[in-house]
Design a binder for this molecule. Structure first.
Ligand code: GYE
Length: 381
């Protein structure tokens, strides 16, 4: 081979290598430029359809989606079910790199976690907010960093442009269901003229679940002149909190007819306090003046207590919102636009009554569901 020939071969090889390098760079650019929200001057959520870059990226091997998820804590059975659902929905198998933070009921920890997620450039941020307040500044930061935020469960006071979607429950409606049930139940018992002494054990003060359930039930307190709301203390959605509040109530009030617990764990705490004080409660004791217990969440343990006749009625709050968030992310990744901001999850109202009543609110009937052993076996949480 002559010198000239070798030179030509080297030039061809170099050119080939250069072309390879170029195409690798091009692929990288496609990935880097895969700004899901490119061209959207309305912030993180304004784009419709798939761009050429997105279509090209769809052909490349899938990258893991980095999700920062800050959870309220681990205060209740409901919360444990919600966390389990989140870890499953955002598992490695499903293509996620999940960064999970348990805020242990500390709002400051939640905001700090979100700031860290922004700094670490997560692809998405998922928040179950402890409180409704304190979110605007940090959500603005996420918005300007073009990181979509998905809210689960509790709501926040913040312009809806700062989050992509919310999946959760209608807490006011849950409170109304409880009120409607009690009103009908007392009527059935012929107690609609009797003075009914009610205490409530509220959830974490300032959480939208607490605010909504309180508001919904209050409408029925107003409507029923014979209901006397004695006290509304905070049990922080925990069993120990519920027990401590119930103990105080038992020391303070001579007569209590109804205890409204804003979640199942508080109800378990209330049962423990009633047991210790030797006060009768539950379906069997009721005709002898026993206390009527109402609860929210309808977790497995809660429904077992309904089946045992300890809790009269339990109003479900669905903890399985994370799969909805994962579906929202799938759609955003595909360049689709979410048609709604706020999505309500399906939920039921449970009773041990074999002839469950139909609750009617705003001309919308809600048929209650009787708890059975079979029903419990089929439930996910
Ligand atoms: O009722 C309670 C939990 O935010 C709806 O928080 C949720 C509430 C739920 O700890 O058990």
């Amino acid at each position: 081979m002559t010198k000239k020939q070798r030179k030509i071969i080297r030039a061809v090889l170099e050119l080939g290598f250069f072309c390879l390098l170029l195409s690798a760079c091009a692929a990288k650019t496609v990935l880097d430029d895969l700004d899901r929200f490119a061209g959207s001057d309305t912030g993180a959520y304004g784009q419709a359809g798939m761009t050429a870059a997105q279509q090209a990226a769809a052909l490349l091997p899938k990258k893991q989606i980095r999700v920062g998820f800050v959870q309220v804590g681990h205060e209740s059975d409901w919360r444990i079910a919600a966390t389990k659902s989140g870890k499953q929905a955002f598992s490695e198998e499903n293509g996620y790199d999940l960064h999970f933070v348990d805020a242990d009921n500390d709002p400051k920890v939640q905001v700090e976690a979100v700031r860290r997620f922004i700094k670490e450039r997560m692809d998405y941020i998922v928040i179950d907010p402890i409180l409704t307040t304190g979110w605007t500044a940090v959500l603005k930061e996420a918005y300007h960093a073009k990181i979509p935020v998905i809210l689960l469960d509790r709501t926040i006071d913040c312009k809806d442009q700062y989050y992509a979607a919310w999946f959760g429950s209608d807490f006011v409606r849950e409170g109304e269901w409880a009120g409607e049930w009690l009103q009908n139940y007392l009527k059935k018992q012929g107690r609609d003229q009797e003075t009914i002494h009610i205490v409530t054990i509220n959830g974490t003060q300032g959480a939208s679940a607490q605010i909504g359930r309180t508001q919904g039930f209050a409408q029925y307190v107003e409507k029923n002149a014979n209901w006397k709301l004695l006290a509304q203390e905070c049990g922080d959605f925990t069993e120990s909190g519920g027990k401590a509040v119930m103990e105080r109530y038992l020391q303070t009030y001579e007569r209590i007819d109804v205890v409204v617990c804003q979640n199942d764990n508080e109800a378990f705490g209330a049962c423990a306090a009633l047991d210790e004080a030797g006060v009768a409660y539950g379906v069997d004791a009721e005709n002898d003046g026993g206390v009527i217990l109402i609860s929210f969440d309808a977790t497995r343990a809660g429904l077992e207590a309904v089946l045992d006749g300890k809790i009269h009625a339990d109003f479900e709050c669905n903890p399985l919102s994370p799969p909805y968030a994962a579906e929202a992310i799938r759609r955003l990744e595909a360049g689709e636009v979410l048609t709604e901001k706020d999505y309500y999850l399906p939920e039921d109202c449970f009773t041990a009554d074999e002839e469950p009543m139909t609750l009617m609110i705003d001309f919308t009937p809600k048929q209650m569901v009787t708890v059975t052993k079979e029903l419990l076996e089929d439930r996910e949480y």
